[in-house]
Design a binder for this molecule. Structure first.
Ligand code: CTP
Ligand code: MG
Length: 394
């Protein structure tokens, strides 16, 4: 029985993205990029040749088996054949053509670097390829297109006559095989071009604007956000914890969450010894895996002598931002036998919210005692624990 054979080309070296790892194997949300590209073509393919780098043949097999493929790589009813690629994209396609079964009469060729092609697009391309012999999905050009030479514009092109070619591209088998046989030394960047060179007509089907190719780091960032959102995960969340204890001594002011609190004693320390704010700083640094407060603000440094810990918190928020994250919420518990903190809690929350850039509803401050036990209970110290959640910025 005649069928559709897809060649998924995944043997490139990702030079433009500058990845140390081939982009087609980078995770986009929970799945690697090539796997998402495979899902776009799989429902309409009787067989898929995955053309990849020699070191990644095993990776492809492992990922497919983990996703439910059988030992001989039947995946969701379709036979998958891993094969190693060549130096140029066209060499990789040629390797794929060699391994397709005799029963295949329509060939689809798809970039593993296009994770968002829909099964509907695949179906349209197959129908047009069966009917016309060669079909390419094309989208219109949104930007004005200039011809440029020596850093100057020489011409503005009529963009209505131009289109951007995507994959999957589809062909009757004999047509694409003939095109590749006749290519000889010619270099082509897509398969439709190989057929065009034989003089044969290639028809156009509407492409999909979302079916963009991951070529640059920005494409990768965008694709990651899209992939996460489609899986309903939203951007990644990260949590951190922090804790701190300071000794209660005479002759020092007591400051908690940046708020001076009337009491006969205060906390001993190099800065203002605001134990609650310190715990929050550590929780935030923990959430972005940036060490702890002592690493960033060494205790002996005269710069930090008696400094308001709110200033340190402000700097920690900057570190979070530099790590491409933003604070979602914080929750801190202060353990003190005395003074009574409840009357000060609203002011403590307001003071933290201001520095964290959060709504007061996202800042929680709680106080507890230890019923007379331990250093806090005996009035020797005040301690704090905190949890913070941050989210990756899109
Ligand atoms: N490809 C391939 N074999 C090659 C070159 C490319 O299978 N020798 C594949 C890529 O893995 C990708 C698709 O062809 O899925 C489109 O190529 P491109 O986006 O150019 O990817 P790379 O060649 O990997 O990237 P770069 O050109 O930046 O090195
Ligand atoms: Mg390339």
């Amino acid at each position: 029985m005649a069928g559709v054979g897809t060649i998924l080309v995944a043997a490139g070296s990702s030079e433009r993205i500058g990845a140390i790892f081939p982009k087609q194997f980078l995770p986009l949300g929970p799945d690697p990029m090539f796997f998402l590209a495979l899902e776009g073509v799989l429902p309409h393919s009787d067989e898929v040749a995955i053309v990849t780098l020699p070191d990644f043949v095993g990776t492809v097999k492992t990922i497919l088996r983990a996703a439910g493929a059988s030992a001989d790589l039947i995946f969701r009813g379709t036979r998958v054949i891993p094969v190693t690629g060549g130096e140029r994209r066209q060499d990789s396609v040629a390797r794929g053509l060699e391994v397709l079964s005799d029963s295949i009469d329509v060939v689809l060729i798809h970039d593993a670097a296009r994770p968002f092609a829909s099964p509907d697009l695949t179906e349209r391309v197959i129908a047009a390829a069966r009917e016309h012999g060669a079909a390419v999905p094309v989208i219109s050009v949104a930007d004005t297109v200039k011809r440029v030479r020596d850093d100057a514009v020489t011409e503005t092109l009529d963009r209505s006559a131009l289109g951007l070619a995507q994959t999957p591209q589809g062909f009757r088998r004999e047509i694409i095989e003939q095109a590749y046989r006749e290519l000889e030394g010619a270099e082509v960047t897509d398969d439709a071009r190989a057929v065009e060179l034989t003089g044969r007509r290639v028809v156009v089907v509407p492409g999909e604007p979302g079916n963009f190719k991951i070529t640059t780091p920005v494409d990768l960032e965008l694709a990651s956000v899209i992939a996460n959102c489609r899986r309903g995960l939203g951007p990644g969340y990260r949590a951190g914890t922090g804790s701190d204890t300071h000794r209660l001594v005479e002759g020092r002011a007591l400051v908690l969450c940046g708020v001076p609190i009337p009491f006969e004693k205060g906390l001993d320390g190099h800065s203002d010894a605001d134990v609650a704010t310190h715990a929050i700083c550590d929780a935030l640094l923990g959430a972005v895996a940036e060490g702890d407060i002592g690493v960033h603000f060494p205790p002996g440094d005269p710069k930090y002598k008696d400094i308001s810990s709110l200033l340190l918190l402000g700097k920690v928020v900057e570190i979070v931002r530099e790590k491409r994250c933003r604070v979602v919420n914080v929750d801190v518990t202060v353990v003190a036998e005395a003074p009574k903190l409840a009357p000060h809690v609203p002011e403590m929350r307001r003071s933290l919210a201001l520095v964290l850039g959060l709504d007061i509803e996202s800042v929680s401050v709680k106080a507890t005692t230890t019923e007379g036990m331990g250093p806090e209970g005996e009035g020797l110290a005040i301690s704090s624990t905190a949890v913070a959640v941050v989210t990756e910025r899109p």
